[in-house]
Structure formats: C-alpha cells, structure tokens
Design a protein around this ligand. Structure first.
Ligand code: ZN
Length: 649
C-alpha cells in the first residue's frame, strides 16, 4: 500500500506477545467487533468462485459467490463479512439459510440448522447486490471508487474501523489470516469495457446479450484484501522481461505510452532484481492497472497512482516488492502490517542502491530514519495500526521505522547473512502468513544468533537511544564513555551494536563498539593513530540521536586514588542500603560489592560505567542476618576502597 497513505484489531495477539516475552505492550480496549473472532472462526477457506455483474456507469454491482471451506471445529454458524452489500439469498450446502445483520464493520453470521462437524467440507453461496462504496471514516481510499471513467476496488482502507475492504464487493472471510487456496473471478460488463483482475485471464468472451465476460483464475493462495478488479475502457500492453513472465499493464490509451516506458525502463529490471534477491517471483503473472489515485499491491494486479509513472518514483517497485512481502508472505493480522510496509519501503532503498548508487540508498534510509525518529516515541511497530487513532497505516511507524529497522538488521548481520535469512524466512512462510515473532524466530534459526534484544527493542518497544559521548585518548588508545540519556522509565536503555570512527588528518579507521542496555557504557578502542575526532555511527545507519560528543581529559593515574564511600541505612531493619561514592575522575567503570566478614562476595550491588564525581545509589537488600559486612568499591582503574558495616536488628 502506498499513499498518502486504520483499525481496531483484537487485542489478543498483543496480550499473547506480552505474556510470551514479558513485554510492556500497551493494551487498548476496543469495542468488541465480530472481527475479534477472526482466528477462531472454526473453518478454513479453500476456494471462492464469484460471478459479478459490473454496472460501472451506475456505480453498482451484483453477483453470486460460493465459498468452499473445511470446518476445523464443530461450527453452528458461519462468519462472513460484507459491507454496503445487500444479500438477496444465501445457501449452505445448497439449502437456504438466514443470516444476522452485519455489525458496523460488516461482520455477520450465517445461521445453519445442523452444526457442521469438524473436518467436513461445506459451501456457502451468497447472492448479493449493492452500490460500489468507498470506505467510511473520511478516507475514501479503500473500497470501491468510481472516478474518471473507471470503477476499481482498493483492498484496504486507511481510516475505516476494519482494514480490508474486499467486503465492499465480495461477501467473504475478509481478514488476512486465512487465505483461499485458489479463486475464480468472472466479471460481466458492457462490451466497451475491459476488466483487469488477479491471476491469469482464462477467457475473454463476447456474450449473446452483447456483454463481455472476463474470467480470471488465481492459482495461488490469496488473502482477501489482495483481491481486486478494475473496469474501464482500458488498453492492454505486454511488458517484456528477462524472467519471461506474463507481464500485462492496463491503462487508458492516453497513459499507455508513459506507463509502458516506466515499466520497461524501471520495473522490469526491478522484477529481475527482486527475483534474484528474494527468491523466485511467486505468482503466475505481473500486472498493473493505472488508477486515478492510490497504489496498492493487489496480488498480480497492482493498482498504481499516476504519480508512480514518473522516472523519479520508486512506488511501482514498492508495490512489486509486496508480491514477495505482503502477498506471498502476508502479515497474519494488520497489527503486523510493518512486515508488509517496512519490507516494501526498504525494498525501495535497495532498488536505489542497485540502480542508482550506494549514496542513494543511504539518502533514502536517512529519510526513513528521520521519519522513525519523528514517531518512534509514540507506539511500537507491532500493533501500531491498532493504536494509532484513525490511521490503519501510520507511515512514520510502519513504513519509515520498518525500513530503518530492516536496514539496521542488515548493517548488523552483513549482506550475505541478512539476505540469506530473508530468503529463508520467505521460504518458511511461503504462500502463508507470518508475525513479527515468526520473523524473529526465523532469523534466529538461520543465523544461529540470539536476536531477541533486537526485536524487543525495535519491534515491540518505542523510543531510541539518545547518546552523550565523552572520550579521551592516551596514545592510540581511546576511552569512550557513552551515556544513554533517554527517559529510561518510558523507553528503557538499548543494547546497540555500532561503528565508531576515529579520524586524524582525514585518515579514518573504524572499530565496532557495543553499547550495553544500561545507562553508561565505557569502551576502550585501539586505533593505529591517535585520533583527533571520534564519530559515532559514521554511516548514520542507526535510529538514534547523538546529543553531544566531547573530548575530555583522562586524569593522571595519581589523581584516581581518591575514592570514598559513605553508607546509610540498615538493610536488616528497612531492607535498603544507600551509599554515596565520591571520586576524582568523572567517568569510568565502577563496581560495588557486598562481602561478608571474611571477604567472600555476597552480592554485586552495582557494576557498570558511571558518570560524575559524586554518585548516589539506593539498593534493596533482603535476607541479611546480623553481623559485620564490607562494602567494597572498585574503580575501573584499579583503585579500591572498602567500608565496614555492622548490622543489628
Ligand atoms: Zn506498501
């Protein structure tokens, strides 16, 4: 999806995730809609067969659709979604049935007399008609639009309370977690019009009534929101491509030359590029239809905004990459919409890198990072669509931050590992759905690395590191003291693998440095020269802010000697100890330990880098008995001191 780009999804996934990972995910209560029954609807869709009359000039349609499904539990009613459609009659396994009124999202139930036993196949045939309506909620993007001589369906809405808008023209199970294995869509229209749709065109017939009939067959699994049709007096053009795929574009005659040029010059090469990078193109054809507005990754029939038919735009490539990320591997719920949009936005950067240059990649990624910084404090990527009011596709969070996060993962893992893992993830979830957790598991499986810290920080949490650096040098050795200054109670501290660059007279040298997920991190790095400048993250690859970089003076070792500790409180009585440390140097490691009378360590009270000459700590300590103890303090430079502590009840 790309626009100028909504949703009250169920909270169950967020709750489950927070239980699994002990994360603090904001849980928003939303009005209970039937969509909340999504995962538990009790059946598995296998096939849709629809015959639809399109009355473009009246902006209306009428049709029949048969859904075939298998009950995966005993079911006594069948969930269906339809919006702005009237049902004339409905049959379950050929017997007339009734149905409940749709709720505001369009969810309703087909009532059945005898429960359908688990494992049984059944069919629901619905006769329907309606006006072709766009989404409500003021967006008027998703759903059906009749404009500029064409009528077309956009699979998602930006502001409606549901997301998928296929329910505006096809009664169906309209959530992404259950794909139909195959679909036949047949459209009848006056013979002056052409209908573009998903899959392969099986037949294009002139009927005795003077109408024209287009039969499209989708031979691969498809989520409902990726189904579409567009009807109008289109011209059709085939685009040659090195993969030898059927590649057809539909547009009005006045636009065919410009659109054909964009496809031949930029999209065909992107198709071959993605095919080699992500794995073989997953579907039976490539298709585009030019619409008056809006770009949407409908499976094998992408709807394209006029602005995309411009040399500088990467929108057509964005939508093409969705055929792998979105259509082939589909987000299981729209809470994981970043798995679609972050991937497609990142794919645009990769296209720029491949066909322009590396600088163009970084320029685009920096713009994604800036977008992420503008919104990264609001809600995490996971669940963002549910939590951003009136925006099913919050662009800074799921497009910009999504692309920036994938860029960081690439930067950290390196190209061969990253792209290998990406292809593995694609294979593991081929023609199916995935969640953020699936991506995390898949990358851990293929890399053999613990990546929990990365996914927790960037997918399930808000915020970003805001860093202050004080550094000093002794010869070629630089001591770096980083402080994370973001509000740790709101966003916590980040574990950050990063690159630090030392510079002397234009000569540059890079070293990797890890920030711990603590307030202070000290690192000593060795250069082959004595740097006069230190740059943190010189490529600007990370979502972060550097607030200041200051060169300090490393104290002479004699000045490190003064180290004092003052202890307050009695942990036996009040369970708590306070201590104040005074030292001469203003930064560096500090270890504070509690030992028994014979010097054995009982507990480490603090071990970290610290800033300041005066430090105050409070520590809860339980389970001590009366007696004598020592609090021992060790400075990072080898200076130690100890204070005796006599405790009684
Ligand atoms: Zn998109």
């Amino acid at each position: 999806v790309l626009e100028l780009c909504s949703a009250s999804n169920p909270i169950t996934v967020a709750k489950l995730m927070s239980r699994l990972f002990g994360l603090l995910i904001p849980v928003f209560l939303c009005a209970l809609s039937l969509d909340a029954f999504a995962g538990d609807k009790g059946y598995d869709v296998t096939y849709y067969n629809a015959y639809i009359h399109l009355y473009r000039t009246q902006d209306s349609l009428a049709g029949i659709v048969t859904m075939q499904a298998t009950a995966d539990s005993n079911i006594s009613q069948i969930l269906q979604m339809r919006k702005y459609l009237a049902v004339d009659s409905i049959f379950v396994n050929g017997s007339a049935a009734s149905m409940t009124q749709p709720d505001t999202n369009g969810s309703c139930f087909v009532n059945i007399q005898n429960p359908i036993p688990k494992g049984t196949q059944f069919s629901v045939t619905t006769y329907f008609h309606g006006k072709g309506e766009p989404e409500d909620g003021g967006g008027a993007w998703g759903g059906i639009t009749d404009k500029s001589g064409m009528m077309f369906a956009m699979g998602v809405g930006f502001t409606c309370t549901y997301v998928s808008c296929t329910r505006h023209w096809l009664p169906c199970y309209d959530l992404p977690d259950d794909k139909a294995d195959s679909v036949d869509l047949t459209f009848e229209t006056p013979d002056t019009d052409v209908v573009a749709s998903n899959g392969l065109l099986v037949s294009d017939l002139l009927l005795p009534n003077g109408h024209r009939q287009f039969h499209w067959h989708v031979g691969h699994p498809i989520a409902s929101y990726l189904m579409t049709f567009a009807v109008g007096g289109f011209q059709k053009l085939s685009i040659p491509n090195s993969l030898g795929l059927p590649f057809t574009i539909y547009s009005f005659a006045k636009d065919t030359a410009a659109m054909g040029l964009e496809m031949r010059n930029h999209v065909a090469e992107a198709l071959a590029f993605f095919d080699s990078l992500y794995g073989s193109y997953p579907f039976e054809k490539v298709g585009y239809v030019l619409a008056p507005f809006g770009s949407m990754e409908h499976q094998t029939m992408i709807t394209l905004d006029p602005s995309a038919v411009a040399a500088a735009s990467t929108t057509a490539q964005h939508e093409l990459s969705h055929q792998w990320w979105g259509d082939h591997v589909t987000c299981k719920t729209f809470d994981d919409a970043w798995l679609n949009e972050g991937f497609a936005t990142f794919s645009e950067s990769l296209v720029l890198e491949r066909f322009t240059n590396e600088a163009a990649y970084w320029t685009r990624q920096h713009s994604n990072i800036n977008g992420a910084l503008s919104a990264a404090d609001s809600v995490p990527m996971f669940g963002a669509p549910s939590h951003v009011v009136k925006d099913n596709y919050p662009s800074a969070i799921i497009y910009n931050k999504g692309a920036a996060v994938l860029g960081m993962l690439r930067y950290y893992l390196g190209d061969s590992t990253f792209f290998h893992s990406l292809r593995t993830y694609g294979t593991e979830h081929a023609y199916a759905t995935a969640t953020s957790y699936d991506l995390w598991q898949s990358f851990e499986g293929s890399t053999g690395q613990d990546l929990g810290w990365f996914f927790r920080e960037w997918v399930f949490r808000t915020g970003y590191p805001q860093l202050k650096l004080i550094w000093s040098k002794q010869g070629n050795m630089a001591t770096l003291n980083y402080q994370q200054t973001q509000d740790s109670t709101k966003v916590g501290y980040f574990r950050v693998p990063m690159i630090v660059e030392g510079i002397l007279n234009g000569v540059k040298e890079r070293v990797p440095v890890w920030l711990d997920s603590t307030q202070f991190t000290a690192a000593q790095v060795q250069f082959s020269f004595s740097p006069d400048t230190i740059l943190t993250d010189p490529d600007g690859a990370l979502i972060k802010k550097i607030l200041s970089t200051t060169e300090g003076v490393t104290p002479a070792s004699s000045a490190l000697s003064a180290l004092k500790i003052h202890i307050d409180g009695n942990p036996i009585r009040d369970g708590k100890l306070s201590f104040d440390v005074d030292r001469k140097q203003s930064f560096g490691a500090l270890t504070i330990q509690l030992a028994n009378e014979s010097g054995s360590i009982i507990e480490t009270l603090f071990r970290d880098s610290a800033f300041g000459t005066h430090l105050h700590f409070d520590k809860n300590i339980k389970g001590l008995s009366s007696g004598s103890y020592f609090v021992m303090v060790e400075d990072g430079h080898g200076t130690t001191t100890a204070e005796k502590l006599s405790l009684t009840k």
